[in-house]
Design a binder for this molecule. Structure first.
Ligand code: NAD
Ligand code: ZN
Length: 354
């Protein structure tokens, strides 16, 4: 088992461990001090195997109840947050109760947001069951929901008490979801570590062994933790993690309105190609590196192009909460393994690349 400590520099109260390994769900009591909680509510979705939920309930040894949500990005809304709030109230939760999110990024974001606002905030634990949530969504403390067709419009910054990444949970994950998770892994290489980028793109997602996967997840978690610990609230450095996400979120939100919704990692893959091209046009990334980026994503089995009206994408980009004073700032690449934040790009250039 690997253990990574996240130390938020601005807030000593919020240090927390991330455990990565196999068979961890059954050992939850030895990893986290559960005894200080009065009761727990497990938030999960209908695709999470019930055996996982039962194993967790058995291992907990605390009075607990379970909320099962519908699955999918469309569920990341206020209605489901209300469902969790109501379940917490109905189960008689108090400030010493714990929310445990067992599922992908959608469950983690809904459950985390509900916990961070219930009674002005109670503790929550993340047990991510998709690769994407394991390497990205479960750590970092951003929790929130979509509203009015805009991704993550409402949310809070609240760190979990711990993250337990049990690789065994991936055994039932559909291959498309596994590949989607690799988009964020590749992003970590692109923004922070060229050698890591070359390693994770050396073969297809499904060809990595379990041991290799543990190494990869640990490295990705470490890259994210290093960044978040220096800038929890995204004043500057944390924006590094947004590479591919300005365009990616617009594409993701638009695809949700179509009959062919993209997964988060798939939309980010398209976003990374377009933002890679922006980096090239601005003279930050060479032709060759831009090509390497695109080919790596294609090899990983991720989509890299999309046929969407340029005006609609631009409009969505403008409503992105990352924009300030109507200016569109991007995180771009200055080569593979190095990103640069706050690059102002005018609409003409964005249109040209789109
Ligand atoms: N908070 C953050 O910092 C952060 C970071 C990145 C992404 N996100 C968010 O995370 C979401 C995407 O997360 P995701 O890709 O995990 O999507 P998801 O939660 O929708 O999970 C993907 C699908 O896999 C199913 N599933 C989950 N675990 C499974 C398992 N072990 N076996 C079988 N099926 C399983 C789910 O039911 C769902 O249908 C997006 O909403 C994105 O905005 C948040
Ligand atoms: Zn992402």
């Amino acid at each position: 088992m690997k253990k990574i400590n996240v130390h938020i520099k601005t807030n000593r109260q919020q240090d927390y461990p991330i455990f990565i390994g196999v068979g961890l769900l059954e050992k939850i009591n030895s990893l986290v001090d559960i005894t200080k909680y009065s009761k727990a509510v497990i938030v999960t979705d209908k695709n999470i195997p019930s055996s996982l939920v039962q194993n967790l309930q058995t291992a907990l040894g605390l009075p607990n109840s379970v909320v099962v949500l519908e699955s999918g990005e469309q569920q990341k809304d206020l209605e489901n947050v209300q469902k969790v709030w109501k379940a917490l109230k109905d189960f008689g939760c108090d400030r010493k109760s714990l929310v445990i999110n067992l599922g992908g990024g959608v469950v983690g974001d809904i459950g985390g947001f509900a916990a961070s606002t219930f009674m002005r905030g109670i503790d929550f634990l993340q047990i991510p069951t998709t690769l994407l949530a394991q390497v990205d969504a479960s750590s970092g403390g951003k929790v929130g929901i979509n509203l009015l067709g805009i991704k993550n419009l409402v949310g809070t910054f609240q760190q979990p008490i711990a993250v337990i990444i049990d690789i065994d949970t991936l055994s039932t994950l559909p291959q498309r979801e596994l590949i989607s998770g690799f988009a964020e892994i590749i992003k970590h290489g692109l923004i922070a570590d060229k050698e890591y980028f070359l390693l994770v793109t050396s073969k297809k997602a499904q060809e990595f062994s379990q041991d290799e996967l543990i190494e990869i997840i640990s490295k990705s978690v470490q890259i994210k933790a290093d960044i978040v610990s220096q800038d929890e609230k995204e004043s500057d450095l944390r924006k590094l993690l947004n590479f591919g996400h300005t365009i990616g979120h617009a594409v993701e939100a638009m695809s949700q309105e179509s009959n062919k919704p993209l997964l988060h990692g798939e939309a980010i893959s398209i976003g990374m190609v377009i933002e890679g091209k922006l980096s090239k046009i601005l003279g930050l990334l060479s032709n060759e590196e831009c090509e390497i980026l695109e080919q790596a994503l294609i090899k990983a089995g991720l989509p890299t192009t999309l046929d969407l009206p340029v005006d609609d994408i631009l409009e969505k980009i403008k409503s992105d909460k990352k924009n300030v004073k109507g200016e569109t700032k991007f995180t771009l690449l200055e080569g593979i393994g190095k990103a640069i934040i706050n690059k102002l790009v005018d609409d003409f250039t964005i249109r040209k690349v789109l």
